[in-house]
Design a binder for this molecule. Sequence first.
Ligand code: NAI
Length: 464
Amino acid sequence: MANQYDLIIIGSGPAGYTGAVRAAQLGLKTAIVELEEKLGGTCLRVGCIPSKALLEATEKYDEAQNHLADFGVNVDHVSFDLEKMLQRKESIVNGLTGGVAFLMKKNKVTRYFGRGSISRSGVVEVVQESGEKEELTATSIIIATGSKVSSLAGVELHGNIVGTSTEALSYESVPEHLVLIGAGVIGLELGSVWRRLGAKVTVVEYLDRILPGIDSEIAKEAQKIFKKQGFEFRLGSKVTSARALEEGGAVVEVEGAEPLHCDRVLLAAGRAPNTDGLGAEAVGIELDRRGFIRVDEHFRTTVPGVYAVGDVIGGAMLAHKAEEECVACVEKLATGYGHINYAVIPNVVYTHPEISSVGKTEDQLGEHGVDYKKGVFPFMANGRARALNQTDGKVKVLADAKTDRVLGVHIIGARAGDLIAEAATAMEFGASSEDIAAVCHAHPNLGEAVREAALGVAGRVRQM
Ligand code: NAI
């Protein structure tokens, strides 16, 4: 039957499209349902990819304006063209979303355009924008519908005046004063984009620190660097309301402090599961207290044959975690075996400098009373970092005091996002800090800082 599949995946983000390709490779007749015209989900359309496109463009501008002279390169009259930056971002998004559509075709995954909902076990209804309906059946259904911005009591969204990351990726002019609600990843990445182009950026954060979840020593160092870049931080400050004003601009009210007047507000206080219109509860799919879909270790929901992966089930809200989960789920369905190692999921913040981590933070090891050793190496002492003129930051390796097994690696500095791959690979193989230290690293290379930090665990740092 034409509309009958082995597997239907609802949602075409990194989880859905990667899982669909894997399913097709394993011989499953697969369909993917997506309500947006473009495939690729939040990550490709309005998340990871467009934000990186703007971060890259604005970093180049900042470098030309403020740092090239340090290299003896003189550039007069540096200016930027925001429209072109935004167009470039769009064309990157279009290229990649088009690439996903091509991948679906190439792997013979059937794409359905519309809102997918589960009407009963094994049945997905797709409703197109025109209202036209189609019923599909499948042995297995995977929900991979991702997340949406969390609302915050008192914050009234209003176009791009009081908006979310989606609006902040497309401001048609540089805000004069941008207030960020939340000092998490989204706020700091997008705040970096607009600060580099000249906006005054104020970050209001409820906690007494930035970047929750990141090793606190690294987060403290990051805050110092961001402050030097011009970010203004109001930590320990709770936003109680934000609204657009009739006369233009917006006001943000903060508990126990003067209200902030600005022309743009970016709400970046976390994300919530996207179960809108899915019909989950009606068919008996249980949600937890916060609305995430409840699953067991095999991603099974409370309805037989229905699985869920990615942001919609909670945990780290990261594209690559979602992707791993969907592939593991599909492999388990097709082969009886699927695996994901939650202990080794790298995390990258694409600010300048970048921040990355994998494994346990020092805070977590302390909380759990783990006896650990620590090796640290500053980029200031790394030859390549000096040549790059990017000497801020350091690498920190944490290893078990008894076995020397690497428990966590935390990096702030040049290309930290790329450097973390070595640490993740080492940890996946159960490496000790001595194992990393024993590997010959090319010179002069930023990776040597990872090796030196590993050597530092045993007090054997050599380069200075
Ligand atoms: P987040 O959870 O990282 O940070 C939100 C911040 O808002 C927290 O520090 C929280 O204390 C603060 N907050 C909450 N209520 C507040 C209030 N009333 N007043 C002031 N501050 C308040 O959330 P974010 O940045 O929205 O990111 C959402 C998710 O997206 C994260 O899980 C993140 O991992 C993921 N993401 C990952 C990226 C990456 O890997 N590079 C990039 C962007 C997002």
